[in-house]
Design a protein around this ligand. Structure first.
Ligand SMILES: Cc1cc2nc3c(=O)[nH]c(=O)nc-3n(C[C@H](O)[C@H](O)[C@H](O)COP(=O)(O)OP(=O)(O)OC[C@H]3O[C@@H](n4cnc5c(N)ncnc54)[C@H](O)[C@@H]3O)c2cc1C
Length: 393
């Protein structure tokens, strides 16, 4: 590992890898990414990788679509696949509670993106195996789906490495050094790397990295659990991703016959944990509840078998949207965190934003809404899509 870099990135999750990729695409070669464990070994590796784009702000819709499109064509961009699957994405709920989905629907139509508003009969035609209430409506994105976050992070890291970046795994950052001009070095157990630019992309640990230079980042970390079910052979072919606020779950297919069930229970957001002490597995009781809730929407899953349960942490900001800003504190210190359980889809756009903050005199127009100062100024980003009190995207 070299003892000097033009830009040091801390964190090898999807965001750090995306920043490394974006910087090398902008022509910066001497980039060093430091990851204390292995690429995508943290929350990125635990992610469901769902690529929806239902938000109530046109920039968020555009950024989510940028992510979907990037992963869908990851091989053309990076030479490696992100295993994107265009399964379709269905958000189903009661008509009376639908103002947020309606806004999300109209924003997508306005952006020229495919987005259908379905009646109960349409929903049944699309997916006959799901239970549909009389007052149900659904929003359907036929070009959405999911990708594999582990493959995607490695695709971005690999392409960055080929373009000149260095990736140092198993290298924990222990401190950041500053002088009168700003940041001047990053300390690891094996030595100090001289640099004038540091990107803190440490996700749920970003507040600790911020503390090293006196920058306070308002993030909390909460535990989220996923369960993998093997569908019975009688179930038939796969299904679209289903976001189901009434039952507080989302379902996404995996491979030939697996359905992953995640929780949208608002109680989970209050399940705060130390990211270093979060259990890797799922609690059997929680897994059972998620399975039962999934069966309420898709009764044929009652015949499934549970194959795996796991947990990951969300880095939650006060408004549930990313903090992307810099320089913050000392000159040359940039931060990206608080992706709040939505970061996989936004990571390609965020890489682009961070590169722009560092390299351009007038940053990317997408950058402005993610500044840290919005919390003190009371300017928060419009909420994600809520339906009956449950966050969907
Ligand atoms: C269960 C679950 C399901 C999810 N599902 C979805 C989804 O369907 N769609 C979606 O868009 N998003 C989803 N997300 C959110 C998304 O996965 C995350 O927002 C995203 O992966 C965060 O990436 P990151 O790079 O910011 O952070 P991380 O993946 O947390 O990466 C940060 C890295 O920094 C490293 N690090 C920390 N401290 C140091 C240090 N001192 N020195 C060096 N390295 C350090 C860590 O080891 C870690 O690898 C989900 C998340 C979870 C947990």
């Amino acid at each position: 590992m070299s003892d000097q870099a033009d830009i040091v990135i801390i964190g090898g999750g999807i965001v750090g890898c995306s920043v490394a990729y974006a910087l090398t695409r902008r022509g910066v070669r001497n980039v060093l990414l430091l990851e204390r464990r292995a690429i995508a070994s943290g929350p990125t590796g635990a992610s469901a990788g769902i690529l929806s784009r239902c938000y109530q702000h046109p920039t968020l819709v555009a950024m989510a679509e940028h992510g979907r499109d990037f992963y869908a064509r990851c091989e053309a961009h990076t030479g490696r696949s992100a295993d994107f699957v265009r399964s379709g994405w269905l958000l189903i709920g009661g008509e009376a509670q639908a103002p947020h989905p309606r806004t999300a629907w109209s924003l997508q139509r306005a952006a020229g993106l495919s987005c259908a508003w379905l009646s109960p009969a349409d929903i049944k035609t699309l997916e006959p195996r799901i239970e549909v209430e009389e007052d149900a409506v659904a929003l359907y994105l036929e070009d959405a789906g999911y990708a594999d976050p582990y493959s995607a992070a490695h695709a971005l890291a690999g392409a960055a490495r080929e373009a000149g970046a260095a990736i140092a795994e198993h290298t924990e950052v222990a401190g950041i050094e500053t002088d009168g001009q700003g940041v001047c070095g990053v300390r690891t157990r094996t030595g100090t790397i001289a640099t004038r630019t540091v990107v803190n992309a440490a996700g749920s640990w970003a507040d600790r990295i911020g503390n090293m230079v006196g920058v306070t980042l308002p993030i909390e970390t909460s535990r989220h659990q996923l369960v993998g079910l093997r569908r019975p052979s009688s179930f038939g072919p796969g299904h679209p991703v289903i976001a189901d606020p009434a039952n507080m779950v989302y379902l996404r297919p995996e491979g030939r016959d697996i359905t992953i069930v995640g929780s949208n229970d608002p109680k989970e957001a209050r399940n705060l944990v130390d990211p270093d002490r979060c259990p890797v597995g799922a609690d059997p009781e929680a897994a059972l509840v998620q399975w039962q809730r999934a069966c309420a929407r898709m009764p044929a899953l009652a015949g499934a078998g549970m194959v795996r349960g796991w947990s990951g942490v969300y880095d939650i900001s006060p408004d549930g949207f990313p903090i992307v800003d810099g320089p913050l504190g000392p000159q040359g210190f940039y931060c990206v965190t608080g992706l709040s359980g939505r970061g996989f889809k936004f990571a390609p756009a965020i890489g682009r934003i961070v590169a722009s903050l560092i390299l351009d005199s007038s940053p990317d127009p997408w950058a402005e809404m993610f500044r840290l100062g919005r919390f003190d100024a009371g300017v928060t980003i419009p909420a994600g899509v809520f339906w009956g009190g449950t966050r969907q995207a």
